[in-house]
Design a protein around this ligand. Structure first.
Ligand code: GNR
Ligand code: NI
Length: 169
């Protein structure tokens, strides 16, 4: 089922996600809804927080259109190593129409459980590393604008506020 993606400044985007106690069929159903929602959007990642479910689950698929999909599911993720720096022009499904340059670690190692509850460790660079950090932020209630300076942050806040006042299609 496709779920509704919350848009900033919805307060639920600021909730801290709780760990998943066990990877139950209910959690797997949530993962499947998230995948359907992400592909429909479309986006390269989605955190459960963005659909109003404050649990530690996010998904990423950086395959381009026409390529074979490479969905990766992260449950109770933990970034255990980060190194280097890079700047990426990021978007967020919770900030429609917004694109900003954000500084991140260039390379991250993340430990998580997969959709079957099995632990895995993944080291990522480039867009995958960026997406993992972006989604991990969502689970902590942090958003891309929190990485901007005060002037840019205010500008984006105003743009989103205005969008709320005169709704777009
Ligand atoms: O679809 C998305 N694209 C994207 C591009 C650059 C850096 C991060 C992202 S994540 C975003 C989907 C989203 O909002 N995930 O939380
Ligand atoms: Ni996002």
């Amino acid at each position: 089922m496709i779920r509704t993606i919350l848009h900033y400044p919805d307060k639920r985007l600021r909730e801290k996600a709780r760990p998943v106690a066990a990877v139950t069929p209910e959690i797997q159903g949530l993962v499947d809804d998230m995948a359907e929602t992400m592909y429909a959007a479309p986006g390269v990642g989605l955190a459960a927080t963005q659909i109003g479910e404050p649990v530690q689950v996010f998904i990423v698929d950086i395959a381009e259109e026409g390529q074979k999909s490479q969905l990766t599911v992260f449950i109770n993720p933990e970034i255990v190593a980060a190194e280097g720096e890079l700047t990426w022009t990021e978007g967020c499904l919770s900030f429609p129409g917004v694109q900003e340059d954000i500084d991140r670690a260039a390379k991250v190692t993340v430990r998580a459980l997969d959709r079957d509850g099995r632990p895995f460790t993944l080291t990522a660079e480039g867009l995958l590393a960026v997406a993992i950090q972006h989604e991990n932020d969502h689970l902590r209630g942090e958003l891309m604008i929190d990485h901007l300076g005060p002037l840019k942050k205010r500008l984006v806040h105003r743009k989103m506020q205005k969008r709320l006042e005169d709704p777009h299609p």
